[in-house]
Design a protein around this ligand. Structure first.
Ligand code: GAP
Length: 447
């Protein structure tokens, strides 16, 4: 029987490149290691993750509104938020190879590259990207690329509340790009300088903060289960006093067992009234909330759920990655991404068994018909076995094959990715059959 290797990050990186999930940014110019381009399958997987988050966070909840605020905002916002003053990491330089690292990336006070123990004194480095708005490059025109999407929510909280006639408790959710000039980006898409966040800010009465904090911790944990991630690989990490961000009263991270260790996917924070109080102070605007019944005025507390998109995407791929001996030929290994079908970038592969006797024409017709409902990939190149393997590696849950029998009775086979079981159905039953499979997958796994 063929030997199954341990999954390393390199295995995942090479699958992502081979199957078109992730490409190195600026690759033909030598690449930059802190930015990544999503290929066709990566773009689709990310979109499915974001849609599922939005569906649960905004569409199913009358008390949460969506927002899409600008990336460029007044630099006063970042002074008020504390990011200009506090959003910094301690940086040290190796005095031998001159590479720079975050202090918490050092093992035993040694340079992780050359092992030298002579290091510079730590100095603080602000992680925000700074540029100028308009043609004049002076202090008045300094502007930052947002390092979190959250501030766009806080400065719009009254606009959203008033226009949507919301009252406390209510939330605002947004998905968008964030930028951080990380000192040591790495571990593929885990830590990059340009990434996406899915953040939700829940505005509450201060005395209810503990209750809502616990509520959102549970909701967010369950969301990771709902994308099919093995719960045994998820962990809580409570921030100690010295880990807490400058805005947080209490914070818990949801972490995942990546091939490079247990690392953060998402943070749930009680931000108290820090952000709104600071915006009141810096903007001079009254952002207090008035209770419509009692007329009581107060500054709401905020419970934040802050997830990346890229990290959950990497977690989904790592969790779904299996190498297993083929059932028919145990000397061979098949690589398969057993991801939740709701996330799979391609839902159905459609193939003619051979490129003749009218099979491609029928298969193309079926593919075009299924495209109204599912993301479909049509493939007629190579042997049928190789085509199945390519779709296994892409995480495609179903493959439809047009063969000789199709020409006689208009039936096709549907092959299921995880069990490799094939069933024969009439062409007009394909779509219903696939939907039924997805429903039973969700029902059987309880997600
Ligand atoms: N608004 C709060 C906030 O931004 P954070 O813990 O700094 O909190 C939230 O970031 C999430 O954003 C992280 O849990 C992670 O998923 C993602 N994230 C942060 N920095 C990242 C980076 N450099 N690359 C990829 N994702 C990142």
């Amino acid at each position: 029987m063929a030997e199954v290797k341990k999954v390393t990050l390199n295995t995942i990186v090479s699958l992502c490149k081979r199957r078109g999930f992730v490409f190195q940014s600026s690759e033909i110019y030598g690449g930059i290691n802190s930015c990544w381009d999503m290929g066709p399958l990566g773009a689709e997987l990310k979109r499915n993750l974001k849609d599922w988050w939005w569906f649960n966070m905004v569409k199913l909840r009358p008390e949460i509104e969506g927002l899409d605020s600008a990336i460029l905002m007044s630099s006063r916002i970042w002074e008020a938020s504390g990011h200009v003053e506090c959003f910094q990491d301690p940086l040290v330089e190796c005095l031998s190879c001159h590479r720079r690292f975050r202090v918490d990336d050092l093992a035993n006070d040694k340079c992780p590259v050359c092992g030298n123990t002579e290091l510079s004194e730590p100095r603080f480095f602000n992680l925000m990207f700074k540029t100028f708005i308009g043609p004049v490059e002076n202090n008045e025109n300094v502007i930052y690329l947002r390092p979190e999407t959250a501030q766009g929510i806080y400065v719009n909280y009254q606009n959203v509340m008033v226009t949507m006639r919301q009252k406390i408790p209510f939330g605002i959710a947004q998905i968008g790009k964030a930028f951080r000039n990380e000192i040591s980006p790495g571990n593929f898409i885990f830590r990059s300088r340009e990434f996406e966040q899915m953040e939700m800010q829940y505005f509450i009465r201060p005395e209810n903060a503990d209750k809502w904090f616990e509520y959102w911790r549970e909701q967010r944990w369950n969301w990771y289960k709902s994308i099919g991630i093995d719960e045994n690989k998820l962990h809580w990490h409570k921030h100690s006093e010295d880990e807490l961000a400058h805005y947080a009263k209490i914070a818990f991270d949801i972490e995942f067992d990546f091939p490079f260790g247990q690392k953060e996917l998402e943070g749930i924070h009680n931000r108290g009234d820090y952000d709104l109080s600071r915006h009141i102070e810096f903007s001079g605007k009254n952002l207090e909330y008035t209770d419509r019944i009692t007329n009581e005025k107060f500054i709401p507390y905020i419970i934040e759920t802050s997830a990346g998109v890229d990290r959950p995407m990497l977690a989904v791929i790592c969790d779904a990655y299996f190498e297993e001996p083929e059932i028919a030929n145990p000397d061979k290994i098949r690589t398969v991404l057993k991801m939740h079908p709701r996330l799979s970038p391609i839902k159905v592969g459609v193939f003619p068994l051979v490129k003749k006797e009218g099979m491609p024409e029928i298969a193309k017709e079926i593919a075009q018909d299924l495209r109204k409902e599912f993301m479909v990939f049509y493939d007629e190149k190579d042997s049928i076995g190789r085509r199945y393997r390519r779709q296994d590696e892409a995480g495609t849950p179903f493959c439809v094959t047009v063969d000789g029998q199709t020409l006689k009775d208009r039936t096709v086979t549907i092959r299921e990715r995880d069990t490799m079981v094939q069933v024969r159905v009439k062409i007009e039953e394909i779509s219903g059959m696939i939907s039924k499979y997805i429903e039973s997958w969700i029902r059987d796994k309880g997600i």
